[in-house]
Design a protein around this ligand. Structure first.
Ligand code: IPD
Length: 231
């Protein structure tokens, strides 16, 4: 659905200085919700566009129905759908789909993750001078202020820094070795939940810290597990 509507004019539900909310985000979550809760009627769903289902359930789907919304709005073909499943709070499944490149990452606890049926692993770069590092700035003055010093530091020490506008794809790219690390402050759980299990099952390391200054937001540092970022 998001691929089919990519070239069409988009309805904007809300606009802020560094973000837009599109009607297609809501339609995508509605479709995902219907498909999941039709199949698993007892489960809960926690998504960027709202909370649905039985919140007492031990099973909770964590959904970003369109990650990279600003890219989508500006017709930059770099965005994805990210879905994770938590059981008693632990992430046990993660899928990320890039509909423009038809790339599907899948992870399940205890198994090797895949990209389009091929097993994947993180990269082996240990030296920051050889690393490609994605640094996100999220979408508020606070997160930009927190991220800029990190970007300034990394851009001088890494081979290249990237700022591509989809946290979930950043995580997927670390999992399959395209990126060596991804760093962002002030991210939401739905942006990183599926990528988290992808990176861990692909041999990498993910550190997530709740931000006391930004309720419901997290700092994330995801690496291939051997890279010394010297943050
Ligand atoms: C955003 C993207 C962006 C990141 C923001 C996220 P959204 O998600 O992942 O790369 O910098 O922090 O909120 O709003 O497009 O789903």
């Amino acid at each position: 659905m998001v691929r089919n509507d990519f070239a069409k004019p988009q309805r904007v539900n809300a606009s802020t200085p560094h973000d837009v909310k599109l009607e297609i985000d809501v339609r995508s979550q509605d479709l995902i919700t219907k498909m999941l809760l039709d199949e698993f009627s007892q489960h809960a769903l926690y998504g960027e566009e709202g909370i649905v289902g039985d919140q007492a359930s031990e099973f909770q789907w964590v959904v970003d129905p369109l990650d990279g919304t600003v890219n989508y709005f500006y017709r930059i073909p770099h965005f994805c759908v990210s879905i994770a499943l938590r059981f008693k709070g632990e992430i046990i499944v993660g899928v990320i789909y890039d509909p423009m490149r038809d790339e599907l990452w899948m992870a399940q606890k205890g198994t090797k993750p895949k990209l389009n049926e091929q097993e994947i692993r993180v990269s082996e770069h240990a030296d920051i001078a050889e690393a490609v590092v994605s640094v996100g700035l999220s979408k508020s003055a606070e997160t930009i202020a927190l991220g800029l010093p990190v970007l300034d530091d990394m851009v001088h020490r890494a081979r290249k820094c990237r700022l591509l506008g989809s946290a979930a794809l950043d995580m997927a790219y670390v999992a399959c070795g395209r990126f060596d690390a991804y760093i962002e402050q002030g991210i939401s759980l739905w942006d990183i939940a599926a990528g988290w299990i992808l990176i861990e099952t692909a041999g990498g390391n993910v550190e997530v810290q709740p931000r006391t200054d930004l309720p419901g937001r997290y700092s994330v540092v995801a690496t291939n597990g051997v890279l010394d970022l010297k943050l």
